[in-house]
Write a protein that binds this ligand. Structure first.
Ligand code: 2AM
Ligand code: CA
Length: 267
């Protein structure tokens, strides 16, 4: 099993590195005439699709019999057996504006359980990975969630609603409670990187209302292997099989965030 995971990791890293090199080369080349909107404010370009083709090609060649569920080309693919959950470009809006918070995210999942996660922060050249039972790592160094326990000292990441605007009133209530109770709130714009920031202990917690499996599959394994907790706002641990809410953090800050989110919903 261990050597199997190592092989999956090698394939995911190769695929992510290739896509990251391509994205680095393409940054700043796409004018607004080539951005298309999937939903209001949800942009995609030929660069997202080409990066996903490159990734799928490497993964399927190195791991025959596996499947790919990717944001742009195969979002509704079947998930039985070993399945790769791929976001070729997490943070497309940032990429289009040359704001440096965007990433490649690849996870291997079996029976809804992430086995391997790889995230590459393209402009920083930082490479994150986690193996189920094998810890979380940044550039070859083991990472761990923070030891901050008190909410008023916590730095909390979030993502604003961007397409599903009917969620804005609920989000604004959550935002007010968390900004009042925490040490600070940040919104970088790539959920995969936000979860890496939790795993590395820079963020003490993170929440968002609606994310897709490819935004969070790799990052969730990173957080868990770094000693943190990730669930949806109801406490369910399966965050890779459908779109839904997310809350993550070191165990203490996660517990506080979940209590706040629960009280907002019940209010
Ligand atoms: P994406 O770039 O792969 O679509 C954070 O809010 C998450 O939502 C990101 O991981 C991002 O993933 C997705 N997202 C889609 N459109 C967005 C937008 N206009 N602004 C911010 N995030 C967006
Ligand atoms: Ca994407």
């Amino acid at each position: 099993m261990k050597s199997e995971l190592t092989q999956l990791l090698a394939a995911a890293q190769l695929a992510a590195d290739r896509a990251a090199a391509f994205l680095r080369e393409q940054e700043g080349r796409l004018g607004p005439e080539s951005w298309s909107e999937k939903r209001p404010s949800d942009f995609v370009t030929e660069v997202d699709r080409e990066a996903e083709r490159m990734i799928a090609d490497v993964l399927l060649r190195h791991v025959p019999g596996s499947r790919v569920v990717g944001e742009e080309l195969t979002p509704d693919g079947a998930r039985d057996g070993l399945t790769w959950i791929v976001d070729p470009l997490d943070g497309t809006t940032n990429f289009l504006h040359r704001f440096p918070m965007y990433a490649v995210s690849i996870a291997a999942v079996e029976d809804r359980e992430p086995l391997v996660g790889v995230v590459v922060h393209v402009s920083a050249g930082a490479r994150y990975h986690a193996l189920k039972g094998g810890g979380a790592w940044q550039d070859g160094r083991r990472i761990a969630v923070s030891a901050v326990r008190e909410p008023r000292l916590a730095l909390v990441g979030t993502g604003f609603p961007y397409s599903e605007m009917d969620q804005l009133p609920l989000y604004q209530r959550q935002f007010e409670a968390i900004i009042r109770g925490s040490g600070g709130v940040r919104r970088p714009g790539s959920a995969a990187l936000d979860l890496c920031d939790v795993a590395a202990g820079r963020f003490d917690g993170f929440w968002e209302l609606a994310l897709s499996p490819w935004d969070v599959a790799a990052g969730a394994l990173l957080v868990r292997e770094a000693g943190g907790v990730v669930t949806d706002h109801d406490g369910n641990t399966d965050v890779t099989s459908h779109r839904g809410s997310i809350v993550a953090g070191n165990p203490a800050v996660y517990a506080w965030l979940r209590d706040v989110l629960r009280s907002m919903r019940d209010a």
